[in-house]
Design a protein around this ligand. Structure first.
Ligand SMILES: [Zn+2]
Length: 258
């Protein structure tokens, strides 16, 4: 299972990943094609097991599901993520908006805020969102000793585990600065982003939303913060606009590993 194979590796979600995934996809497609055409490495003809019940129509176009809806592979996926929470003033409003729209998001939490507002963390978890770590005190891990950096991660993970019963598997380091030695000390998967509208720099939610919707692409990860009214408003506008365009919001694990 691919998740196991990559768990001990750092996966940076950035454009190079697209290349890797494209190559992986091509190899998989080629392998499937060769299997279907009966090619085998030693030149013999492979026989497809009848039990598989597989028929090949010769058409490579995506087929519709039996109920007439589009095949799942046709869905345009996108992930929306929120850093720096939980926030006593804005996270609940965001959670209400997400629930109304049936959207699952990813939250990268700060350990010290987790300790202050455990009830909000519980709500995030209960609503089915993915929870990741953002460090304990919003520090640049790169500026710390290995021991101090690991403590930032572990302290946050423990705080989250004490509330949700689950250890986070994903981390977004503050400022996107990872500390290389943490690769050896943690199996956490680093998640960066594709679109950063710098929502913390403006209080104009229309501007924030436009910065995202004007350049978003399928499988992008959007970075926002549930730390201001304008960011939360912008998030909901972005969701409404992109859902109208046919995007489906998923948690980051579905972008990275599907
Ligand atoms: Zn942050």
């Amino acid at each position: 299972m691919i998740l196991i194979r990559v768990r001990n590796k750092k996966i940076r979600k950035h454009p190079e990943n697209r290349v890797f995934l494209a190559v992986l996809l091509c190899c998989t497609a080629l392998g499937a094609y060769l299997a279907l055409t009966g090619w085998s490495p030693d030149g013999t003809t492979a026989v497809l097991p009848a039990a598989a019940g597989f028929t090949h129509s010769g058409s490579d176009t995506a087929s519709a599901a039996p109920d007439g809806s589009s095949a799942l592979s046709d869905v345009k996926k996108i992930a929306i993520t929120f850093d720096d929470g939980p926030n006593a003033d804005y996270t609940q409003t965001l959670l209400d908006g997400l629930k109304e729209r049936n959207v699952k998001a990813t939250f990268f939490l700060l350990g010290k805020e987790v300790d202050r507002y455990p009830e909000i963390v519980q709500k995030i978890h209960d609503d089915g969102h993915l929870i990741g770590t953002h460090s304990y005190e919003h520090v640049n891990l790169n500026n710390l000793s290995d021991t101090a950096a690991i403590e930032q991660v572990n302290k946050t993970n423990t705080a989250i585990f004490d509330i949700t019963g689950e250890y986070p598997e994903y981390i977004r380091p503050p400022f996107g600065c990872w500390k290389c030695n943490l690769d050896y000390e943690t199996t956490m998967i680093e998640v960066l982003w594709d679109i950063d509208p710098l929502d913390w720099k403006t209080s104009n939610s229309d501007v924030i939303a436009k910065r995202v919707t004007s350049k978003v692409r399928e499988n992008d990860i959007i970075l926002l913060h549930d730390a201001s009214e304008s960011s939360v408003k912008a998030a909901l506008k972005i969701i409404d606009e992109l859902q109208n365009q046919g995007y489906m919001f998923v948690t980051v694990d579905e972008i990275l590993f599907d």
